[in-house]
Design a protein around this ligand. Structure first.
Ligand SMILES: Cc1cc2nc3c(=O)[nH]c(=O)nc-3n(C[C@H](O)[C@H](O)[C@H](O)COP(=O)(O)OP(=O)(O)OC[C@H]3O[C@@H](n4cnc5c(N)ncnc54)[C@H](O)[C@@H]3O)c2cc1C
Length: 418
């Protein structure tokens, strides 16, 4: 590496980090991108691929408290728990539950709705710059409910989407089957999000952004970042081999692992993970023409270049435990209910969604230093929000204010108490 001084150092080459790096580069900044792993091999690898500009409703809901016993103890629940982990992280759990009140959920929904309205203006310039149009499929997105009870329970969320201008058609079981004839289960109701797009290979999208960043002259280093130390005029970025680099700004975009970088202030914030799993049936992508989210089961089935991927569910169990056989078995059972006997999956995967207890991402300046920026906590919609996050970070790195209010995502909302 010839340069050791940069305008912006980006820590993390998931979809959020590469989007920050490419946006900043497109604005003319000299950018360093560092990750200990190859690009797009974190949680950005295995997601459901939806560019879910309609997904403003958080997992938090008043209903979750009422249905907690069945959610926690049923094998058929989309939510799984490691009790010991949950007890050790009681402050986060309590903060999550406090954010389940009707007022808080309305706040989160409306703030996410506002940010999601910038999805296309954040992502499309990157897709064009990286020549990645071939990875984007425009064929709407279907969200279905198997039971009347499941659909009724979603009423407040559906209203929240409508309030935020999300456009959808309401479908009955026959209309759903007409759209996706391979579905064996007759669903009760569905919502068709018109105009929604999906990515046919999420990792390939990260790689495409990364390759263009490097081809345009960006500096890429594959190693672990251990610390960021604020200076008067910038930030020293310390690498695992003790190399020290300097940048006028550094952005922490290391997803659920962002606390591993000392000195930045992330460890003061309530960042935790919602673990998600996927299974892939390599030869069955032809069964669907668009992503189908099964609302009351908490996952999407998405046709991808690599096969039919069922991705989702939530498990609160931290970063250390391996894949959960129960979560995988849940997805396999649901796959067989949806499509009949399509055999055993060819691949199984676990990923760590970065999640704050209020379900809002953290995008802004660290409480420790104006020179350290944060871009993590994008929970279930990080691929969707990566582009607009990158645009905001490029603004902040240029000491410009974004052209809309980002105060709801400010790290300082947690200072003192969460
Ligand atoms: C099952 C599932 C389905 C999902 N479906 C969707 C969907 O359909 N649509 C959607 O928009 N979102 C979806 N998501 C969410 C989305 O995948 C995430 O929000 C997003 O990928 C987060 O990206 P990231 O860049 O923050 O994190 P990551 O992709 O995890 O990237 C973080 C990077 O930081 C690196 N790193 C960590 N520590 C260090 C360090 N100390 N030094 C250097 N590098 C470091 C890691 O190696 C990693 O590459 C889904 C998630 C799951 C689990």
């Amino acid at each position: 590496m010839n340069d050791t001084r940069f305008d912006l150092a980006v820590v993390g080459a998931g979809i959020v980090g590469v989007s920050c790096a490419l946006w900043a580069q497109m604005r003319g900044l000299r950018v360093l991108l560092v990750d200990e792993n190859p690009p797009g091999t974190g949680v950005s690898f295995g997601n459901a691929g939806t560019i879910a500009n309609y997904a403003c409703v958080p997992v938090n809901s008043p209903g979750i408290i009422r249905s907690l016993p069945s959610l926690l103890f049923s094998k058929e629940s989309p939510l799984g728990f490691d009790w010991l982990y949950a007890l050790r992280n009681l402050p986060w759990m309590m903060a999550f539950l406090r954010n389940c009140s009707a007022d808080k959920v309305r706040h989160t929904t409306d703030q996410l709705g506002g940010l999601l309205s910038y999805t296309d203006s954040g992502l499309d310039p990157l897709i064009t710059e990286a020549d990645a149009e071939d990875l984007i499929v425009s064929n709407d997105c279907l969200y279905v409910y198997a039971t009347k009870a499941g659909f009724d329970a979603a009423a407040t969320g559906i209203e929240g989407r409508r309030r935020n201008g999300v456009k959808f058609d309401l479908l009955d079981g026959d209309a759903i089957r007409e759209l996706e004839p391979a579905l064996k289960l007759l669903f009760h109701k569905g919502l068709l999000y018109r105009g929604a797009r999906h990515v046919s290979n999420p990792q390939a999208l990260v790689e495409r952004f990364h390759s263009r960043f490097v081809a345009n002259g960006g500096t890429w280093v594959q190693t672990k970042v251990t610390a960021t130390s604020p200076e008067d005029d910038g930030v020293t970025v310390e690498l695992a081999d003790d190399t020290k680099l300097f940048a006028h700004h550094a952005v922490i975009a290391a997803g659920a692992h962002s606390k591993s970088i000392t000195g930045s202030g992330v460890s003061d914030l309530p960042l935790d993970t919602e673990r998600g799993h996927n299974i892939v049936f390599k030869n069955h992508a032809h069964l669907l023409s668009r992503p189908v989210g099964w609302g009351d089961a908490g996952f999407y089935a998405t046709p991808m270049d690599t096969g039919l991927r069922l991705a989702g569910t939530v498990e609160i169990a931290g970063l250390q435990k391996p894949k959960s056989p129960e979560r995988i078995a849940f997805l396999v059972r649901r796959a067989h209910q949806m499509f009949g006997d399509i055999g055993a999956p060819d691949e199984e995967w676990l990923g760590f969604r970065p999640t704050m207890p209020d379900a809002l991402p953290v995008i802004g300046r660290s409480h420790r230093s104006d020179k350290i920026l944060f871009a993590f906590g994008h929970q279930h919609i990080g691929m969707t929000l990566a582009g607009i996050t990158g645009r905001i970070i490029a603004d902040l790195a240029q000491d410009r204010m974004p052209n809309f209010d980002i105060s709801a995502f400010d790290p300082k909302r947690f200072t003192g108490r969460f």
